[in-house]
Design a protein around this ligand. Structure first.
Ligand SMILES: Cc1cc2nc3c(=O)[nH]c(=O)nc-3n(C[C@H](O)[C@H](O)[C@H](O)COP(=O)(O)OP(=O)(O)OC[C@H]3O[C@@H](n4cnc5c(N)ncnc54)[C@H](O)[C@@H]3O)c2cc1C
Length: 486
């Protein structure tokens, strides 16, 4: 007799920021919840590849879901960050202009933002730009006081860890390949086994249209649109205290090549906007790199190639095809007991928790949900050694000598922190899993010194054979066979 599939109240497909936010918010209720993720970890796709800006909401059409949920996400972030220990900074943001056409566009953006309830928008002079960001170009600007920068990895991991603490089960390497319905349940086939659930929540990002099609909803097509970035060395980080954007040409489908400081003091330059054929094509191309340099230098004249330490790309799951461009509103549709979230492009990171609240509202239209009194809303970061005063560091080393061994020299990440990243129910089992959780390998040498040590620790800690060790996503094997001992 074949085994009956494991049964859940709700199965969430996709472990990006949206799936993890839905999982965490649903874990407030008495439900058995599972997350099915095709990659070996959470946060492997778009949620790890973006500008990491907590948007204010003035870029989106007033009255749209995008605008309303972005404004709500921005407003609610202080409380969320406190509960889940997410590093962020309300830096504010400048959208700089040079021409009379730009001035009109900025006035229109301010008007749109005001209609959507965005606080702290102001048209400002060159003197204001100089005061806030002395090394930035521009004749005038739109100032957005509520815009912030955040650590996007911590946001996703904190949501997932907190969901896990509150009972949500995560299944990795579990690509959903088919869904059928029988006896009031969805029967979900994955690469790793079968599951059944009363509810399915489609948070599959770039593949959300494919999951929708499995459930008979064929109204939407996702068009992948790549954005490439450069990461700049911390040496130049102090010259850019806040995100600086050009006036966007919304028709392209992006916000223009901007410069954004990261929480840790690097600068991101990008992203480009390019419709591509393949959804998994994260290539960073020479052609676009040159454009980034040229356009970035227009608003940040100190930009030079010598500061570049890495490049990467993210892919927008757009619902508007090439030639049409622009933005389609977030799709959030309930069909039967399936809820589809499709086309969750920017500002999806900002809007993730309000999107999850909307999912709960849709669910509650069909059945009442009972709150779980034992829900624990808190989560704590483990990786803070570098920020502590010397005395506290010494005490940590006394308690645990692994704090006394620095694995990542650029970012001062200790062995204790690297091991913590691998441990626990949602511990990392890949190189990027470690990197995103504790920042090891994100410094100037980009893992040149520590990646091999981390690979060895992963093998020891998780018992992963050499030829099965992954860099990040499925198929990214680091070695083809066993490797000689050092
Ligand atoms: C270049 C760029 C810049 C951006 N900048 C910002 C910004 O500054 N601020 C902001 O608010 N937003 C920004 N965004 C938007 C934001 O990053 C996204 O809206 C958000 O990350 C989408 O999250 P997600 O969970 O829907 O998708 P993802 O993170 O892609 O997660 C979807 C998950 O579903 C899984 N999956 C897919 N198919 C299956 C299947 N068949 N079975 C099981 N699992 C499956 C995938 O592996 C993936 O892990 C940006 C996006 C891009 C591309």
């Amino acid at each position: 007799m074949p085994q009956a599939p494991e049964r859940f109240d709700a199965l969430i497909i996709g472990g990006g920021v949206i799936g993890c936010a839905v999982a965490r918010e649903l874990s407030r209720y008495r439900l058995r919840i599972g997350v099915l993720e095709k990659q070996p970890d959470i946060c492997c796709e778009t949620s790890a590849r973006n500008s990491a800006v907590l948007h204010a909401g003035y870029n989106n059409e007033p009255g749209s879901r995008m605008a309303a949920l972005c404004v709500a996400g921005n407003r609610g972030f202080d409380a969320l960050a406190q509960e889940l220990d997410i590093p962020y900074k309300r830096t504010g943001k400048l959208v700089v202009g040079f021409t009379e056409e730009d001035r009109e566009a900025l006035a229109a953006m301010k008007q749109a933002g005001t209609r959507s309830g965005v606080p702290g928008l102001e048209l400002v002079s060159k003197a204001f730009i100089r005061e806030k960001a002395p090394y930035v170009g521009g004749e005038f600007a739109l100032w957005s006081g509520s815009t912030a920068i955040l650590n996007p990895f911590r946001l996703v991991f904190a949501l997932a860890e907190n969901a896990s603490v509150n009972g949500v089960q995560f299944f990795f390497n579990s690509e959903v390949t088919g869904i059928s319905q029988a006896e009031g349940l969805y029967h979900v086939q994955t690469a790793a086994g079968a599951y059944a659930a009363r509810w399915v929540i489609n948070c599959a990002g770039l593949f959300s249209d494919a999951i929708a099609a499995m459930l008979g909803l064929r109204d939407y097509a996702v068009y992948p649109c790549r954005g490439e970035y450069f990461v700049l060395d911390k040496r130049i980080g102090h010259l850019l205290p806040l995100p600086v954007y050009p006036v966007p040409n919304y028709k392209t489908g992006g916000l223009g090549i901007h410069l954004t400081p990261t929480m840790e003091g690097n600068i991101l330059v990008g992203p480009s906007t390019e419709y591509i054929g393949a959804r998994g094509d994260y290539a960073a191309t020479r052609r676009v790199m040159d454009t980034l340099l040229q356009e970035g230098a227009r608003i940040f004249p100190h930009l030079q190639k010598e500061y570049f330490i890495r490049n990467f790309a993210g892919i927008r799951p757009k619902l508007t095809p090439q030639g049409v461009g622009g933005y389609h509103d977030f799709v959030m549709e309930r069909r039967g007991n399936a809820i589809h979230l499709i086309g969750i492009e920017s500002p999806g990171l900002t809007a993730a928790v309000p999107i999850a609240h909307e999912v709960i509202r849709l669910l509650q239209e069909a059945e009442p949900l009972r709150e779980k009194p034992a829900f624990n809303p808190r989560s704590k970061r483990f990786c803070t050694f570098a920020d502590k005063p010397a005395q506290e560091q010494a005490e940590l080393i006394r308690q645990n000598p692994d704090y006394g061994e620095i694995i990542c020299r650029c970012e001062t990440i200790t062995k204790a922190e690297v091991l913590a990243a691998m441990r626990g129910p949602l511990g990392a089992s890949t190189i990027t899993g470690v990197k995103y959780r504790c920042r090891a390998m994100m410094g100037r040498c980009q893992g040149g010194y520590c990646q091999t040590r981390i690979a060895r620790l992963l093998q020891q800690e998780k018992g992963i054979p050499c030829d099965q060790l992954l860099y990040g996503r499925a198929g990214s094997n680091l070695f083809t066979g066993s490797v000689r001992e050092p």
